[in-house]
Design a protein around this ligand. Structure first.
Ligand code: ARG
Length: 570
């Protein structure tokens, strides 16, 4: 099959070449874009990057290229506007190129082998043991899961690591609090809530009773020294917490390749600290051990506290060394909120200082706050919103909506679970990472708004259309009948899909894919309401069904890449 976009890119590169500009068909193909407004062709090539060599303004260059280009026969019209070359294809050409391909390849349509042989280590979700899985960790989980699926699609080997917060002085306090006020009974009924109540209580009482700090430190010291009772209690807390987290992961369709949390690196810490000291990379400062950086904007990095206790930071240094040794990653992503931006700059600088060139391939994939109404989630203050409750409420409300809209639906429970969780997941991914999220059930469950349920609903409607059609969709047909501008635009959007997936992998911004699917579905909806898909004209019906089937495939795959299920009926 020929690739009309490659053909046009080649013609454009050749025309530029004749004008004395050095470029390639690949470069032009990368530049091709869909014009934002109608009337500027079906796709465009911006020529702004090539004007320097020619010492001429962009419109002049575009005009010269338009005059001299020898276009493939499928091009109907070409126009130079500003610095752009705008192309119009004959009706159906683009559709004929992409629709059969999508329907044949299905979920392999966007697949590529660009990542072959490259490991990407991903650190996400990482909730803290003995604390509820808060909405704050949800965003990391959802972004991480989506990027994992995208990277897999492009043949990278992602490794999902759940760097559980399962170590630190707070466990000393918790052990003390449990022996003081806790009970086996509470622990067996609602483990996380019981542990969380103890956590809040011990922090509250410590404000008035400084002795509690002492007790906590002593218990933690015993834990670090391997005291069997404390160790066993800690293990219980960890197991119970993980059980509860896994219930949530199962609902969200999220899994991990490793649960090596902070405690996993305990044995590495002593030797690491010794090495840092002996090589002079770290030095004593007020009894603590710190690393300092040349960059005056980076504060010193504390790797051992004055009381000898190890730190979050030390465990991250050990984790990075371990991960490189174990996985030889070509990229390592830390999907963690922006609050830790400075910390990750220090961490990467520390690894650089230790001489690790691979520190250049580590990235902090940051994101903003998640707010419920006006409240920022914080476990410390006890203002946490339990994710479990959020999901449960979303599913219940979905059930009510379905009961109203489609009371006949057979498997209501299953669909409500998929749509309720889908609404929660989509809310975390539809917003650019650097923006905060204000979560409200009304917004995320609005079937007519730009939500997860909206995409899922449109997918189900396409499935129902295909069921009604009742025959297999044919791919070997004449697409020239798809002459409507919206049909061409839909075909062009579908053509963009693989590139969209690649962009997500590069920028680690799944929001662009979410926005893309919204655009696709919005356009199809307006088209669907304006024209009849199944008409009296057999060849037109066939072509429109092919278009609809291709959109269904891309929508289903896109939903999967975002981490949402795609029910066939709802
Ligand atoms: N558990 C930490 C928190 O809740 C996040 C861990 C991020 N990962 C890392 N390797 N530091 O803040």
């Amino acid at each position: 099959m020929t690739d009309i976009f490659a053909d046009i890119a080649r013609s454009t590169a050749e025309a530029l070449g004749r004008l004395g500009v050095e470029t390639s068909a690949e470069e032009i193909k990368r530049l091709m874009q869909l014009p934002a407004k109608p009337g500027f062709g079906q796709f465009a090539v911006p020529l702004f990057g090539f004007t320097k060599t020619l010492c001429q303004p962009p419109p002049v260059v575009a005009g010269k290229v338009a005059d001299t280009i020898s276009c493939p026969a499928t091009v109907q019209k070409i126009e130079a506007v500003g610095g752009f070359l705008n192309f119009w294809e004959q009706p159906g050409i683009i559709a004929a190129e992409v629709l059969p391909k999508i329907v044949h390849m299905r979920d392999r349509y966007a697949a590529a082998d660009e990542g072959m042989g490259q490991v990407v280590v991903m650190d996400y979700s990482h909730p803290n043991i003995a604390k509820p899985f808060g909405v704050g960790h949800l965003r990391s989980t959802v972004i991480g899961n989506s990027l994992y699926r995208v990277l897999e699609k492009l043949s990278y080997k992602p490794v999902a690591i759940n760097h559980l917060g399962d170590w630190g002085t707070q466990f000393g306090k918790l052990i003390y609090a449990f022996r003081q006020w806790g009970s086996e009974e509470q622990l067996s009924v609602q483990p996380i809530r019981a542990l969380y109540d103890l956590y809040v209580r011990v922090h509250e009482e410590a404000k008035y009773n400084p002795e509690l700090e002492e007790h906590g430190r002593a218990e933690f010291k015993k834990l670090e020294d391997g005291d069997p009772d404390n160790r066993a209690l800690w293990q219980r807390f960890r197991d119970l917490s993980l059980q509860e987290f896994n219930r949530i992961y199962a609902r969200l369709g999220v899994g991990f390749d490793s649960y090596a949390g902070e405690a996993f690196y305990n044995e590495h810490l002593g030797p690491l600290i010794k090495r840092l000291q002996e090589t002079g990379l770290a030095h004593e400062s007020e009894n603590a051990l710190v690393m300092e950086f040349d960059d005056p904007q980076l504060p010193a990095f504390v790797v051992r506290k004055a009381d000898d206790a190890s730190l979050y930071a030390t465990r991250d240094l050990a984790a990075a060394e371990y991960r490189y040794k174990t996985y030889h990653f070509s990229r390592a992503l830390y999907i963690v909120g922006s609050a830790q931006a400075l910390y990750f700059r220090q961490l990467f600088a520390a690894l650089k200082k230790m001489g690790y060139a691979w520190a250049d391939h580590m990235e902090h994939i940051e994101f903003g706050w998640v707010k419920f109404g006006t409240e920022i989630m914080s476990t410390r203050k006890g203002t946490v919103v339990f994710l479990d409750d959020v999901i449960e409420q979303a599913v219940q409300r979905t059930k009510d909506i379905i009961a109203e809209k489609n009371p006949e639906l057979p498997n209501v429970d299953e669909v409500a679970e998929q749509v309720g969780t889908g609404a929660v997941v989509f809310s975390q991914i539809a917003v650019r990472r650097n923006k905060d999220i204000v979560f409200s059930f009304e917004d995320v469950l609005n079937f007519d708004g730009h939500t997860g349920p909206f995409l899922q609903y449109n997918h189900a409607r396409l499935c129902s259309l295909l069921r009604k059609y009742g025959r297999p969709v044919e791919t070997d047909i004449d697409c020239a009948v798809l002459a409507d501008p919206e049909e061409t635009r839909l075909a062009l959007l579908l053509h963009e899909y693989p590139r969209m997936v690649q962009t997500v992998a590069e920028t680690c911004e799944p929001m662009t894919l979410a926005a893309y699917l919204i655009e696709l579905v919005d356009l199809y909806s307006s088209y669907y309401h304006r024209v009849r898909i199944m008409t009296d004209d057999e060849s037109l019906t066939r072509a429109r069904m092919l278009l609809s089937a291709a959109i269904r495939e891309v929508l289903r795959d896109g939903l999967y890449l975002l981490g949402l299920a795609a029910p066939e009926q709802m």
